[in-house]
Write a protein that binds this ligand. Sequence first.
Ligand SMILES: NC(=O)c1ccc[n+]([C@@H]2O[C@H](COP(=O)([O-])OP(=O)(O)OC[C@H]3O[C@@H](n4cnc5c(N)ncnc54)[C@H](OP(=O)(O)O)[C@@H]3O)[C@@H](O)[C@H]2O)c1
Length: 294
Amino acid sequence: MTETKNTTQQTQQTQNTAQDTTTVLVTGATGRTGRRVAEAAGAAGLTVRAASRSGAVRFDWADPGTWDAALRGADGAYLAFPSDIGAPDAAPAVGALARRAVELGVRRLVLLSARGEDQALPAEEALRASGADWTVLRCAWFHQNFSEGPLLDQVRGPELAFAAPDGLREPFLDARDIAEVAVRVLREPTGRYAGEVLDLTGPELLTWGEALTAIAAAAGTPKRYVAVPVRDYGGALLEFGVPQEEVGFLMELFGTLLDGRNASLTGDVERVLGRAPRPFTSFAAEAAAAGTWK
Ligand SMILES: NC(=O)c1ccc[n+]([C@@H]2O[C@H](COP(=O)([O-])OP(=O)(O)OC[C@H]3O[C@@H](n4cnc5c(N)ncnc54)[C@H](OP(=O)(O)O)[C@@H]3O)[C@@H](O)[C@H]2O)c1
């Protein structure tokens, strides 16, 4: 059962009636991971501040004036930086927010980061330097890139064109597993996992073509993957509405990230959750049954 209450800072919180007294700020709470972190935290009995520019709790990375009300009185926070954690503005923002959180007594900070992304290291370092009890979740490509966000329209159609080369294998990861790991880490009263980088992957390596074939089978319609050379992908990014100034960064990012460096599996999801990560076929079957690709 949930209820909504107003605090003096005019924030809103969703409260579960179970006995866990931990309060967590969840940023990006309308996004692919944050939404699921908020749900999983609520289901675990935590008090959740679901925050974003349009969320129940107003929070804007670009407006530090919104930070204190969102942070004050919380025990921990899930930090999902919008666009990309390796973007040039990420490290200063993550560092400033983490330092302010620690000043306000919000010590348990969990940062969503990206596996194999060298450009994300400054943001991770800024978090570490804040003095927080930090944990970094270095995540592989999400399953939900195929069901939410800029690629969805193409995945619904007969052809998906992306910058991953044919034959490149990725350990696609379910955002629900990220959420459960984040909540497990945020709930640890002993600070277990504090000071750790968790390297999160799914249970298998798939090419983008194989992932799309699994979706086609689940959705019952043929689909074809087309590998676009990174140098030619800028036009597609502009069509997705990516601002011109971000296109150069993303092309540089894809040029390094999509070189096979992530073609390996880790056991970190299982180490934290005590079970294997969700396979891509389960995601595809559930999303197809929900009508995602109709
Ligand atoms: N996609 C992948 O496969 C992948 C893999 C590893 C890591 N990552 C990392 O995942 C992060 C993105 O997380 P996500 O995919 O969970 O989010 P997402 O689905 O891209 O959604 C973005 C979220 O951030 C909020 N937001 C946007 N601008 C904001 C602002 N200025 N201030 C506050 N909130 C803002 C949005 O809500 P409002 O619009 O309401 O503000 C929304 O809740 C990036 O850092 C990326 O590097 C992605």
